[in-house]
Structures are given as structure tokens and as C-alpha cells.
Design a protein around this ligand. Structure first.
Ligand SMILES: *[C@@H]1O[C@H](CO)[C@@H](O)[C@H](O)[C@H]1NC(C)=O
Ligand SMILES: *[C@@H]1O[C@H](CO)[C@@H](O)[C@H](O)[C@H]1NC(C)=O
Ligand SMILES: *[C@@H]1O[C@H](CO)[C@@H](O)[C@H](O)[C@H]1NC(C)=O
Length: 670
């Protein structure tokens, strides 16, 4: 008791001290900034000081401000939102091209900050008094992308409830699990997304009889919340922000499929939602004049946090599409006058594969940001769609930090982290790449002392992010709700010193001599074959550059072959609709082989090849690689599939049962 109150007192004193010191320091730096800027010009060529100063000057102001807001218990995103309403009331906050009955036609709905705020307060009234939603509760939303998603989300934040964004494709046991782990009191359901949840309703009610499932009648609800005469509800500050709340408690919950089985609920802390997203938005040059278009599901962190929160933190406008469509993409971008678009790598490929759209060059987009744009299509993407800047970032839902780039011209293509010398130096305390075990790229290397080592330039290693208080990891890394085991498995201890702790990204990253970082692979995505490291990504890129318009997608994984060391390359091909007649065409495969022989090391050429109608994706358009890694040969799980193999290292031919026997017994050499 006594210790606790002394600690609390010390913390108070510390907070006051920080407030007394940091504000004058920030002021001094701001006053000096013209002089500092002159000096910076000279240094820029060599150390890219300007880009760094752009970031640091913001950071120096934003962080003390944020600490101050924590001290006052006003750190929730709601207050940032209220500030934007006061400052930018008549600016657009939301823009939604609502699809009309006539296919391919849209009506663009717009909401200013003030309109959005009023709607949110009216909806809060409905939620609070009609549905009984109370502060501190967790409330699930099963919603597709539309304005009501944002209305509900911010109404819950106003009330002081924690929104939990269900993936509306989830059905059955994983859905029950998602609702259960978050201790959800009620679920609000979009009519467009009601199918899976209706289907699972008996199981939900059996296991969780107290959960209220609210199927929303949108027309009725809209009539109330759009009517200026409807009552509003603004939560009392002391109820929305009780003193006990810390800034690493959940702002919202987001589900990730993770590596095994049931979904995990990742905690999105206030700290990430407020300070992380503000900084991110600022680095991507989002201003109160920007419109950021997203076609990615809002229940994922990329669209919700790095889209909506990052944009609102800067007073910009979010334009969203109900769902991604390659053919309708640029039209919606054009209609909403977007200045930024969000992507994942697969979206860029789909767009490059689609027919020319009359809108693809008519838009205002200068910046595309996202994650997973591959180096082989980077420039083509920029050129074809006339985009100046790529903001490739590295982030994952649960990671405590994101990396960013702001790539112009020809420097830095393919990188996912690009800063100047100063920021790199500061970040080296927080982010690092460690060497991997030479025999197993899924474990980190430990030296004689049992410690890890920083990977040399150019060598792929696992990216780690420091957890500042190893005894209290939740202050830096909140992990998964109610899943200690999964949370702990993402923490690596005794890395550079006994007792330190780092968050494991599970991704292989490499650096170059300029200090830029590049994503290499998901860990385990590189596989070993003939004692060599094969990068699945590299093989995929080569196959794609041979058959870019013939294939619409390709996946390469390493397969275990009985009685063989390592994993043999297996390429899964999905043909473009115009080239379906090339399915199982051996001549095509061998033309590809000739190309690969000239562009890949011999050991990297896929040993097995298969065709599928459609490569499996997660809901966020990411390829589900794991399912291919366990492919059953020679004829698939049901014995009805056909595969090809690289016979005698010469040509691809159909894989027969007797070939397979010869491979396993070692008679046929791979
Ligand atoms: C928008 O941002 C610009 C530049 O930062 C600023 O001068 C202007 O006052 C802002 N507009 C509003 C309405 O806040
Ligand atoms: C909404 O905003 C867009 C982009 O600024 C504009 O083109 C459109 O006309 C607006 N829609 C309405 C209904 O005002
Ligand atoms: C394979 O990768 C590991 C880990 O990065 C590395 O130590 C090893 O030298 C590589 N092997 C070859 C043959 O390049």
C-alpha cells in the first residue's frame, strides 16, 4: 500500500517535472528552428537531415503535448476529434461513394466534421438510452465499410465504450470465440453483413445467452440520426475518462487470424491510436486539405488506424469504398477528389492487371501508401497511374511501432523504412534486426554467451522492437486480449542483455548501406533447399515478370518431401481470365522454365508446379500461404489434383504415382 502510494506520488512529481521541462525546451527549439533549418540545408545531401527534421520537429511538439494530455487524463482519441470539429468544423470528414442500383454509378455522400459530430451525438443518445450501451463495456460491430461504421465507432468512443471490430466474414466457432474473448455485451450488425452471424446465432445464444444481437434497421436509424431535432448525448468527461484509465488500455479491439486456429483479439492502445497515428499521418503529408481513399476493410488496423485515425488526427477527409473493385477503383477515387490512396501489394497488382480506366490518370492522387508493394512493379505502378510518392510502411496490428517511407524519384525503391542518419540513430535504440540461426531461419542466432547479435548490412534477420519495461511489457506491447500464451510468444527475452525484452515481428528484414530497410519475407517464407536459402518472394517475382499478364497471381512455398532435406519449391499458379486455356499446358511451363533458368539460381527453380482456379486469400487480400505449405503430393488431399514436376532437372512433366515413388525412394533425383 505504502509503496504503491509513494510510487504514485513519485510518478506525479515526475509528470510535473516533465511538464515543466519539456514545454520550455520545445519552445526554445521552435524559436531556434529558423537557424537550425539553415544549417540543416548544408547537411541534407549527406545525411538526409531535412527529412529527419521534418519528423523530429513534429515529434518534439507532439510528444510533450501528448504527455500533457495523459497527465490530464484527456488522451483518448475523442478529444483529438473534438478539437478537429472545433477547428475544421466545415471541412469534409467523410466521403462515401454510395453504389446506386445502376451498376458502376455512385452518389457521393459527404459529411463535414460538424455534421459528423452531430450525427455521432444523436447516435450516442440512441445507443445509450435505447440500447443500454454503457461506459467501460465492450461492444462489437459487425459492419462493412460505410459511414455508419464510423458513426457507431465514434459514438462508442463518446460513450466511453470499447468498440470491437468483428471481421464480418467470420462464421461459426471462430465467430463465437471472437465475441467471447472480448467479453462483448452487445453486437451491432450491418444488414449487408448479417448472413454469417444469423447462421451462427443459435451457437452464440447457446454459449453466450447474455449477448444482445442487434440487427440494425438502417432506414429507421438513419431517420433519427440525420434529423437535427433528435436529442443528442454527450458523455460526462469523468465517465468517459475515469482516472483509473491508462493510455495503454484498449481503444478498440481488432482481430487477427494469427498463425494457428482461432482469431486473436489484438489490443489497440490509446497510445497507438493517438500519438502513433498522428505521427504517421503527418509523415504521409496528410493535411486538412487531404482526402484519403481506402477500399480496405475498416475492421482491419490498416484502414481503421492508419486510415481513419491518421486522417482525422490531421483534420483530413476519409473517402471509403464499400468494397474493393479493380474496375471501379479509379472512378471512386476521382469522384471523391482523393489526394491519397491506401493499398496492399495485391491491390496494386490487381490494378495493374485491369484494363485501362478513363479515370486512372484523371485523379488528384499524389501519394499512395500501404504495405507490400513489390519492387518489381513499384515504378510501373507509379508511372501508369501518375503517382509521385509511395509511402510503403511496415506495421502489423500488434506491433508497438510502425516504420515508414516517403519515396520520391528513384531513391529508395522497395524499402519499407527510410530515414536519415539522425532518426536512424535514435531508432536503433528501439528497432533492430538480429541474425538468424544459419540452419533454421525461424529461430534467432544465439552466440556463446546466449545473446543475439545485430545482423550485418544485407543479411536478412528478424526485426525486433524494444519493450521498454521488461517487467511490465504491456506498457509497450499490449498483445492479445486474454491470451497470455500468444502474447508471451511474441516477446523475446535476453536479447542483447540479460533481462531485456523485445517484441518479435516474425518478419525477415534486411538493411542496405544507406540504412534503408527492406522487407524480405515472412519468417519461414524463406526455405532451404540444397543447403541454399530460397526466397519465395524472389521466385514469385521472377515468375511474375515472365508471365505478368498471363498469370493473375502466384504463390511459392517450400514443401517437405519425404526422405529429403529442406523444402522443395512449389509454385501455385492462377491464370488470368484471358489465358485460362493455358491451364496444365506443359509447353507454357517449359517456356517459363527457360526464363527462370536465366533469372534464378538453379536451386531456386520450383520443383513442383500446380494450377488453381483461385489462390486463397485472407479477407485483407493477403495470400494464405500456410495452406499451400502443407500440400499433399502426388495428387492432393482428395487424390483428384494434378501437379507437374521438374523431371531430371530438365523439364516439367506430369507428376505420376510412379514418379512420386521414385522421388521418395531416391531413385529419381530432385
Ligand atoms: C489547414 O491547414 C493550414 C496549414 O497548416 C492552416 O493554415 C489552416 O488554418 C488550416 N485550416 C483550418 C480550417 O484549420
Ligand atoms: C461530395 O464531395 C465531392 C468531392 O468534394 C463532390 O464532388 C460531390 O459533389 C459532393 N457530393 C455532394 C452530394 O455534395
Ligand atoms: C542462409 O541464411 C542464413 C540465415 O540468414 C545464413 O546464415 C546462411 O549463411 C545462408 N546460407 C547461404 C548458403 O547463403
Amino acid at each position: 500500500m505504502v509503496v504503491a502510494s509513494i510510487a504514485r506520488l513519485l510518478l506525479r512529481v515526475l509528470k510535473v517535472a516533465i511538464r515543466l521541462l519539456l514545454l520550455p525546451l520545445t519552445l526554445a527549439l521552435l524559436l531556434l528552428s529558423p537557424f537550425i533549418n539553415g544549417f540543416i540545408d548544408k547537411l541534407d545531401k549527406r545525411y538526409r537531415v531535412k527529412d529527419d527534421w521534418y519528423i523530429a520537429s513534429y515529434f518534439l511538439v507532439a510528444v510533450p503535448k501528448y504527455i500533457w494530455s495523459v497527465y490530464q487524463s484527456r488522451f483518448q482519441f475523442w478529444y483529438l476529434f473534438e478539437k478537429q470539429v472545433a477547428k475544421n468544423g466545415d471541412h469534409l470528414a467523410l466521403s462515401y461513394p454510395r453504389p446506386l442500383l445502376e451498376k458502376g454509378e455512385y452518389e457521393v455522400e459527404n459529411y463535414t466534421y460538424q455534421e459528423l459530430y452531430d450525427i455521432v451525438l444523436r447516435l450516442s443518445y440512441v445507443l445509450y438510452y435505447d440500447y443500454g450501451v454503457k461506459e467501460g463495456e465492450c461492444v462489437a460491430m459487425d459492419y462493412t465499410n460505410k459511414p455508419l461504421f464510423i458513426f457507431l465507432w465514434f459514438a462508442l468512443w463518446n460513450i466511453g465504450a470499447v468498440p470491437s471490430f468483428l471481421n464480418y466474414n467470420t462464421i461459426g466457432a471462430p465467430l463465437v470465440h471472437s465475441i467471447k474473448i472480448a467479453n462483448v455485451k452487445s453486437v451491432f450488425i450491418d444488414p449487408l453483413a448479417a448472413g454469417p452471424i444469423r447462421h451462427t446465432e443459435p451457437e452464440i445464444l447457446k454459449e453466450l445467452p447474455d449477448v444482445k444481437l442487434n440487427y440494425i434497421k438502417e432506414e429507421d436509424l438513419n431517420e433519427i440520426i440525420m434529423n437535427p431535432a433528435s436529442p443528442q448525448f454527450l458523455q460526462e468527461t469523468s465517465k468517459r475518462s475515469p482516472e483509473t484509465l491508462t493510455d495503454f488500455t484498449p481503444a478498440c479491439l481488432i482481430y487477427t487470424s494469427g498463425t494457428t486456429g482461432l482469431p486473436k483479439s489484438a489490443i489497440m492502445s490509446w497510445r497507438k491510436a493517438v500519438i502513433g497515428c498522428s505521427l504517421f499521418g503527418y509523415i504521409l503529408r496528410i493535411t486538412n486539405r487531404s482526402v484519403v481513399f481506402t477500399a480496405m476493410p475498416l475492421y482491419h488496423s490498416t484502414a481503421a488506424l492508419l486510415g481513419v485515425c491518421a486522417v482525422f488526427s490531421q483534420g483530413g477527409c476519409v473517402a471509403m469504398s464499400n468494397r474493393f473493385s479493380a474496375s471501379a477503383f479509379w472512378k471512386q477515387v476521382y469522384l471523391t477528389k482523393s489526394t491519397h490512396i491506401q493499398y496492399v501489394g495485391e491491390i496494386c497488382r490487381y490494378l495493374l492487371h485491369s484494363k485501362e480506366s478513363e479515370y486512372e490518370k484523371k485523379h488528384n492522387v499524389q501519394i499512395a501508401y500501404g504495405n507490400g508493394l513489390r519492387a518489381d512493379i513499384w515504378q510501373e505502378f507509379k508511372q501508369r497511374f501518375g503517382i509521385d510518392v509511395i509511402g510503403e510502411f511496415y506495421a502489423s496490428t500488434e506491433a508497438p511501432f510502425a516504420t515508414t517511407t516517403f519515396q520520391r524519384g528513384n531513391f529508395g525503391i522497395g524499402a519499407c523504412r527510410s530515414y536519415g542518419t539522425v532518426v536512424n540513430f535514435i531508432l536503433s535504440y528501439q528497432q533492430t534486426i538480429v541474425r538468424m540461426d544459419p540452419d533454421d531461419d525461424s529461430t534467432v542466432y544465439r552466440n556463446e554467451k546466449g545473446l543475439c547479435e545485430v545482423a550485418p548490412v544485407g543479411e536478412p534477420g528478424e526485426m525486433l522492437m524494444r519493450i521498454f519495461m521488461p517487467r511490465k511489457p504491456e506498457s509497450s506491447f499490449q498483445g492479445y486480449l486474454g491470451n497470455k500464451k500468444a502474447t508471451e510468444s511474441k516477446v523475446l527475452r535476453d536479447v542483447f542483455r540479460k533481462g531485456d525484452a523485445w517484441y518479435r515481428s516474425g518478419d525477415l528484414i534486411k538493411s542496405d548501406k544507406y540504412g534503408l530497410w527492406y522487407f524480405v519475407d515472412r519468417m519461414g517464407d524463406t526455405f532451404r533447399w540444397k543447403s541454399e536459402n530460397v526466397s519465395a518472394t524472389e521466385v514469385e517475382d521472377q515468375i511474375m515478370s515472365f508471365a505478368n499478364y498471363i498469370l493473375s497471381a502466384v504463390v511459392v512455398v517450400g514443401l517437405k518431401v519425404p526422405n529429403h532435406e529442406g523444402r522443395a519449391g512449389f509454385a501455385v499458379l492462377q491464370l488470368s481470365p484471358e489465358y485460362l486455356d493455358l491451364k496444365e499446358d506443359v509447353k507454357f511451363l517449359n517456356e517459363m522454365l527457360n526464363y527462370l533458368k536465366n533469372s534464378l539460381p538453379k536451386y531456386a527453380i520450383p520443383i513442383f508446379v500446380g494450377f488453381v482456379d483461385e489462390i486463397e486469400h485472407t479477407d485483407n487480400h493477403k495470400i494464405r500461404k500456410k495452406s499451400y505449405r502443407n500440400q499433399v503430393l502426388p495428387r492432393g488431399e482428395n487424390g483428384d489434383q494434378r501437379f507437374f514436376w521438374l523431371k531430371d532437372n530438365k523439364e516439367y512433366t506430369l507428376l505420376t504415382d510412379s514418379d512420386w515413388d521414385a522421388i521418395i525412394s531416391g531413385k529419381a533425383k530432385l
